[in-house]
Design a protein around this ligand. Structure first.
Ligand code: ADP
Ligand code: MG
Length: 398
């Protein structure tokens, strides 16, 4: 039997450990409160968000918890249980590239809020997280959003969730220097139990789409391929540039403006085969997101989205060329074991695979992936069942 962990729905990490860490890091004091924000997983809609397209993530029941007290000066002190250290910076000194490393994700949120004209107090923070780091489940957005909701409440900023997501994104883009879209932060802030978040990244319109798999005897399995991410910055830059070139040659603001019914005509107008394939991925992926959302909204059996998930994987593998052997092996093994659909999720070149499986087949599916990995000589994958959870907010530590 595989050691698959099952989310419990209410299985949020208790804040008690963060409160204890707060007391040891900050001279025996107690925090003003605890704030929690989830990681996320994207059901479908990959590399669409920087072309004004559609995404359909869910907030996980794994996240970051921050035990926080407000300070009377502009110092930000953060103790990370994961790092085992306390780091600090004056908010006045924060800017692009400073502070470097993990503190930038948190300090960057304060900087972005100040840039937006808010009066941002210093904080003492103890930070705990149960989101796997660097697995494509957005441990980074969990940190940013936990501290964003804490600042919003403690500083009485009165910002809505979309405005907080924008500040968290600026932290990641401008202070850390990671060129990501806004999906992760929006999912972490707008997540809702039993729902997917349909996001139109042009209008920023959010719609909750019902995603109650349990009543259909289904589970969404997350399989971390544990493939090492290496040298992917240049790859991402090429995908961004190819999409931008495609949009420009087609005379549209973004590839979102190409409808799938006009795809063949559009492709015929492009002069480069690589650009053609990149465009085909983005246009068909947007269409798949819309089809998945329509299917789920209609209350149909979610098994019907399986084929769209698998088509998405094939498009990422063959047209966008962002998958790697460990990821493809997990998808193939899950499908061979009877999954209704499977695809890589996240930016690519590693990370996690999602498989939509009958709940009774969770263990056998993971076993099948494990066997395939053992045969190929890959490190064993790690798997858990995703539970669509609520978004960031204040929590009572238990
Ligand atoms: P992902 O968001 O997919 O997990 P990223 O590379 O975007 O991967 O973010 C991971 C980074 O976030 C880590 O390298 C670290 O800097 C920071 N981070 C995540 N969790 C923690 C934590 N508990 N404590 C300190 N830093 C963290
Ligand atoms: Mg991240």
């Amino acid at each position: 039997m595989s050691d698959v962990t099952h989310g419990e729905g209410s299985g949020r990490m208790p804040g008690e450990r963060a409160v204890d860490a707060f007391a040891s890091a900050f001279a025996g004091t107690r925090p003003d409160g605890c704030w929690w924000a989830p990681g996320r997983v994207n059901l479908i809609g990959e590399h669409t968000d920087y072309q004004d397209g559609f995404v359909l993530p869910l907030a996980l029941d794994r996240g970051a918890v921050a035990a926080v007290s407000v300070r009377s000066d502009d110092l930000l002190r953060v103790h990370s249980l994961h790092e085992g250290v306390t780091a600090s910076v004056r908010l006045a000194d924060v800017g692009p590239g400073n502070p470097s490393g993990w503190l930038g994700y948190l300090a960057g949120v304060g900087w972005a809020l100040a840039q937006a004209g808010h009066d941002v107090p210093g904080l003492d923070v103890a930070l705990d997280s149960d989101v796997p780091i660097g697995a494509g489940l957005s441990s980074s957005a969990a940190l940013e959003c936990a501290v964003a909701v804490a600042w919003n409440d403690l500083g009485d900023l009165g910002l809505d969730r979309t405005a907080l997501a924008a500040a968290a994104r600026r932290a990641e883009n401008d202070v850390v220097g990671a060129p990501t879209g806004v999906m992760d932060q929006m999912a972490s802030l707008h997540g809702r139990s039993g729902s997917l978040m349909f996001l139109d990244t042009r209008s920023m319109h959010v719609e909750q789409v019902p995603f109650d798999l349990a009543v259909h005897g289904l589970s969404l399995l997350v399989i971390d391929s544990r493939a090492p991410h290496a040298l992917v910055d240049g790859e991402y830059a090429e995908r961004h540039a190819s999409c931008a070139r495609g949009a420009s040659q087609l005379g549209v603001r973004a590839l979102r403006d190409i409808d799938v019914t006009g795809l063949d005509d559009a492709l015929a107008r492009l002069d480069d085969d690589v650009v053609r394939r990149r465009v085909r991925h983005v246009v068909t992926e947007n269409d798949r997101v819309l089809q998945v959302a329509d299917t789920l909204r209609s209350g149909a059996d979610p098994r019907r989205i399986g084929a769209l998930m698998t088509d998405s994987h094939v498009s990422m593998r063959d047209d966008f060329e962002i998958t790697v052997p460990r990821v493809d092996a997990a998808v193939d093994a899950a499908l061979a074991a009877g999954a209704h659909g499977a695809r890589m999720t996240g930016g690519g070149f590693g990370g996690c695979v999602l498989a939509l499986v009958d709940s009774a087949a969770v263990t056998s599916t993971v076993d099948a992936v494990r066997s395939a990995y053992a045969e190929a000589g890959f490190d064993p994958p790690v798997a858990f069942v995703a539970v669509a959870s609520s978004g960031a907010g204040r929590v009572v530590p238990t």
